[in-house]
Design a protein around this ligand. Structure first.
Ligand code: ASP
Length: 332
């Protein structure tokens, strides 16, 4: 029987309604999560470990590292890993974890739920069962399991606050759909090389979402204090204002002058940034702005945090940023 390690980090899936305190939600232990579904022992030999209990909005790079190191340190003892996580920042953590593991040859499956396990009409049971089942299969990547679908972690984004189908991967099909059987349609190929783990992330990155009426001058102070990259969430195919008081070009030039990377992403979820299509994009390209192409903002951010954490040399960082490392962007 396959050995699976479940790592508990908190979120709604682990919440219980405490009756004596006016319906306040409290965290519960993951062992008791398994008590809700004793049949899980038929799927795998499961062990649970509580790493911490947090609302995922409170999580930062230190928590990502705790998760990564826990998996790394137990890597040889288990066939697969399931991480229980709050849905709010799940796509960020799962993306970050995907970059930290190179040549992964076991599944790391993230899941959570919209409704706590303790509530009768919860999606937690189904998500947990699916995630554990998925973690027993030969599968070489970090994935998100939610509402009968498996998504590539670094392609995933939270789409809904209220629906059970909370996640989607706008620019990549689901890796698997769970019906009567689990049909894996896509998976990164296994690597003949040893797994390597790099739990390193820089926090010197800023994501700036453009909006009509935004005066870039106001944001210049953000470039102080060690900022190493600005990810601009631009309009459409990567457009931004190029004239008048909203002109973003002087801001970009300031970044270039200071040696700060500028990445152009898009507020549109589907399709790819294209810096050739409009004149603003071409100006950006000529200034050295990097296109995030079809990466999610979560992947664009965590990939840069990882590369800045791992490398000092700007060429090494840029070189790796512009090509797919873990399936997070489509090939050109
Ligand atoms: N606020 C919760 C969290 O992300 C939401 C959830 O788990 O669905 O931790």
């Amino acid at each position: 029987m396959k050995r699976i390690l479940i790592l508990q980090t908190g979120g709604t899936i682990a919440m219980q309604i405490r009756r004596e305190s006016n319906g306040e939600m409290v965290n519960t232990q993951s062992d008791s999560l398994l008590r809700y579904i004793p049949e899980l022992s038929q799927i795998a030999d499961i062990e649970c470990r509580e790493l911490f209990f947090k609302d995922s909005s409170d999580m930062g790079t230190g928590d990502w590292i705790t998760i990564i190191e826990a998996i790394r340190d137990s890597y040889n003892q288990y066939d697969g890993f399931v991480v229980l996580h709050g849905t709010d920042t799940l796509a960020y953590t799962a993306s970050a974890v995907s970059f930290a593991f190179k040549n992964l040859n076991k599944p790391i499956i993230f899941t959570g739920s919209q409704v706590p396990m303790s509530v009768i009409r919860s999606d937690a049971q189904r998500n947990l069962i699916n995630a554990i089942q998925m973690a027993t299969l030969p599968f070489n990547e970090v994935a998100v399991c939610f509402s009968d679908k498996i998504f590539r972690a670094n392609r995933t984004t939270k789409m809904s606050i209220g629906e059970f189908t909370a996640f989607n991967s706008p620019n990549f099909p689901p890796l698997a759909e769970i019906g009567l059987d689990i049909n894996i349609k896509y998976s990164l190929p296994p690597s003949a090389q040893q797994m390597e783990c790099f739990p390193v992330f820089s926090e010197d990155v800023i994501v700036l979402r453009l909006f009509p009426g935004m005066r870039p001058k106001k944001f210049l102070p953000l470039l102080e204090n060690g900022t190493r990259c600005v990810i601009i969430s631009g309009f459409g195919s990567g457009n931004f204002p190029v004239s008048g008081e909203y002109n973003l070009i002087p801001f970009i030039e300031k970044c270039v002058e200071k040696g700060i990377f500028v990445v152009m992403a898009s507020q549109a979820l589907f399709d790819s940034v294209d810096l050739e299509k409009y004149s603003s994009g071409r100006i950006a390209r000529d200034l050295g702005v990097i296109s995030a192409r079809d990466m999610t903002t979560e992947a664009a951010l965590t990939k840069m945090m990882y590369l800045l954490g791992r490398f000092k040399n700007p060429h090494q960082i840029r070189d790796r940023y512009i090509r797919p490392l873990r399936g997070e962007m489509s090939a050109n």
